[in-house]
Design a protein around this ligand. Sequence first.
Ligand SMILES: CCCCCCCCCCCCCC(=O)SCCNC(=O)CCNC(=O)[C@H](O)C(C)(C)COP(=O)(O)OP(=O)(O)OC[C@H]1O[C@@H](n2cnc3c(N)ncnc32)[C@H](O)[C@@H]1OP(=O)(O)O
Length: 201
Amino acid sequence: MSAATGSDSGVGAALTPPPDVASPVRHPDAPAPGTLLGAHYDQCFGCGEGQLHGLHLEARAGEGVTVTAEFTVRPAHQGAPGLAHGGVLALALDETLGSLNWLLRVIAVTGRLETDFVRPVPVGATLHLEARCTGVAGRKIYGSAVGRIGGSDGPVAVRADSVFIEVKLEHFTKNGRPQEIKAALADPDQVKVARAFEVNP
Ligand SMILES: CCCCCCCCCCCCCC(=O)SCCNC(=O)CCNC(=O)[C@H](O)C(C)(C)COP(=O)(O)OP(=O)(O)OC[C@H]1O[C@@H](n2cnc3c(N)ncnc32)[C@H](O)[C@@H]1OP(=O)(O)O
C-alpha cells in the first residue's frame, strides 16, 4: 500500500459534513456576539501576546457559532519578498477556526485543514477572517473559513475547510511539555486556564 493510501494519510476523511450532521449548538455561556475573545494562551503563535513574531490574531464572537478575526501581516511573516508565507496564512485560518470551539465549549484540535490560496497577501495587509461551524458529528467538528483583504467585504484571498476532533484535557497533559502545562494550570485566573485548554470551566 502506498503512503498516500495508508490509514495514517487522512485520505478519505471528508471535509464535507455528513448529510445527517447535527447543527452546532452555541453554548449558553458563550461570549455575546461582538465580544473580543482575547488570546486563548499567551504563548500561542496564532493569538498569544507573548509571542514576539506571532500573528497576534484577534478573534471576536459572532452570531450562532461564527467568529470574525483580523491579522495584519508583518515583515516576520514573509515567504516571498513582501508577501505573506502560505503557512502563516493557513495558521491564521486554523486559529480562527479553532476559536469556534470556545463558542461550543469543547476542547478540540485540528485534524484536517484544507486551504485554498486565492490571492497573494502583501506585508502590511490586514486579513479579515470569518469562520463558521458547519456541523458536529460525534467528536468531529466541521468548519469553514475565508480571509479577505482590503476590508471585511474585500476579495477573498484565502479560504479553508476543517475538521477539528474533540479531545480530553489529557491530550495536552500527556503530550505537552510538562513545564508549560504546569504553568498554564497554575494560573489563578480559572477562565484563562479554561481558555488555554478550551475547556468547559
Ligand atoms: C497549553 C496548551 C494549550 C492548547 C490549547 C488548544 C486549544 C485549541 C486552540 C486552537 C489552536 C489551533 C489548532 C491547532 O493548532 S491544534 C494542533 C494541531 N493538531 C494536532 O496536533 C492533532 C494531532 N492529532 C492527534 O492528536 C490525533 O490524530 C487526533 C486527536 C486528532 C485523533 O486521534 P484519536 O485517536 O483521538 O481519534 P480517532 O482515531 O479515535 O478518531 C475519532 C474520529 O475523528 C476522525 N478523525 C481522526 N483524525 C482525523 C483527521 N485527521 N481528519 C479527519 N477526521 C479525523 C476519525 O475518522 C473518527 O471519526 P468517526 O470514526 O468517529 O466518525
